[in-house]
Write a protein that binds this ligand. Sequence first.
Ligand code: ATP
Ligand code: MG
Length: 337
Amino acid sequence: MTEMSSVDDLLTVRNLGKTFSDAGGLSFTSSSGGVRAVDGASFSVKPGETLALVGESGCGKSTLGRLLLRLIQPTDGEVLFGGRDITALSAAEMRMMRAKMQMVFQDPYGSLSPRRSIAQIISEPLEVFGLVKSSRERRDRVAELLTQVGLSPSFMDRYPRQFSGGQRQRIGIARAISVNPQFIVADEPVSALDVSVQAQIVNLLQDLQAERKFSYLFIAHDLAVVRHIADRVAVMYLGRIVEIGPKKSVYSMPQHPYTQALLSAAPEPDPDRKANRIVLQGDVPSPSRVPPGCSFHTRCPIAKDICKVDRPVLREVSPNQFSACHFAAPNPLSQAG
Ligand SMILES: Nc1ncnc2c1ncn2[C@@H]1O[C@H](COP(=O)(O)OP(=O)(O)OP(=O)(O)O)[C@@H](O)[C@H]1O
Ligand SMILES: [Mg+2]
């Protein structure tokens, strides 16, 4: 069973997959069938909702985020945005769709072109979609956007190098919201920033969402980062979503051993939980050689024989919480409540 979707979803993903052929990548395994970066992803995002996507480096988070915006073309599956399959749109139709879906990048240093002024950077999407008619109007919009992200409008004629990482990320955010998108993929938007600045940027993203009611796919390595901003959490391992559910259930009653391990590794204010720390065996296997059966079985502390041969699918283990583990048990607390 996969996660249910309904007509009022903003975004619905069905069996989405991406295989990178070896030729395009840096992989040395030319005999394999390429890198299966995303495999069989199915989920939905509601208007105004934040879905956090969490997992270790290389598990396919950025690839999944880029597939949702069709910055890369999927190998298989569908992405429905407002009910339309965007994987089937023409280039011209997709260009118009882009106004509704924007991205905030991880690296605030590399993602802003150094030779363009802040006004040019922020107003570029506005120009592409013909949303400003004069240079006067353009400067007014940029001033407004700078104010909304907590920067002075007087910055608009400066260049990216004159700003700190946190300020650059605010500029990237102003650019993303300039066209009033309904959906934003925020790909590790704070992981390149100083810890002291991270909370300010997360708060800004949250405040803008409260005002403008758009949805986020919020990508992070760390479950701690998304604890405050997420409504629901999806956990990814080697290209597959292994657990997805409401934040409360995933944090308090994680059902997949991988989610449990990620949570036990996160900084934990409650000293009782530290005692139950789960240390995973070994390294993440190469995505070009995904283990058969449950792809987590090589590192799983509770794996049995069945896990080596039989691939578990997502099952509903408590209301709206799905786990892809043969041994996930229905959550007794949620049934009582
Ligand atoms: N353009 C590409 N060509 C070939 N392989 C790719 C390409 N982009 C990503 N990959 C591979 O796909 C897998 C998933 O990569 P992806 O960048 O989506 O992971 P990630 O979870 O975002 O990692 P990180 O946390 O480090 O950002 C990796 O094995 C990566 O090497
Ligand atoms: Mg990434």
